[in-house]
Design a protein around this ligand. Sequence first.
Ligand code: ZN
Length: 251
Amino acid sequence: MTIHGACDAILSATRVIAFTGAGVSVPSGIPDFRSSEGIWARYPPEEYATIQAFHADPERWWAFFRELSAAMEGTGPNPAHEALAELEALGCLQAVITQNVDQLHQRAGNSQVIELHGSPARLACLSCQSFTPGPAPSAGPAPRCEACGEVLKPDVVLFGETLPLKALAEAEALASSAEVCLTVGTSGVVYPAAGIPELTQRGGGVICQFNREPTGLTHTGRVRWFVEGPAEETLPRLVALIQAKQADPAG
Ligand code: ZN
């Protein structure tokens, strides 16, 4: 079974990373903008989750963002996040590289989390390039930069913006030297983020994909082990297998 292949790959490696996307957080109730349900039905992401929308009408944009933040309130890590935290605790996971901005990996207990799409825990001033600790007040006018008065933007990557260079460089360095990259809940086809597992494979490492269904990445032929199913079910099974093998290597 492919999950046994993934388990053996992890146990024979010293440098394992996880690369996660929206699919890992959907069971937590985080609205996936690809689903066109819930909040995204009223705020089409191609219209609202863009830097153009922010610049065009910051006050209207902040009303949208506050509603999105409210929809994410009360959510917490699910068994997929918890399994990745457990993998780190078992000494089997070096870092998590995520495209999510919900901070659920940190809350689950992973200590090395690289946020490729930024974090709402900071507010950025695009005018004077300064940062203010967030989150912003949940009501009132849009928050403004104390230094220059410009409207602040949560430090999350919107459509039309580039990925943060420092996080991207860190992720690329980790991926290039990793022996195993677990891709979880991501299609793995949208660049530049999609290049992360590719770097592991080009460096001689192995891609293990955990996803509800095959994606474009599965069909590239780069994936060594594809474990099909919801990550909140397959990852805990993986952890149980690893624990059993660690306890009884001959078993
Ligand atoms: Zn400023």
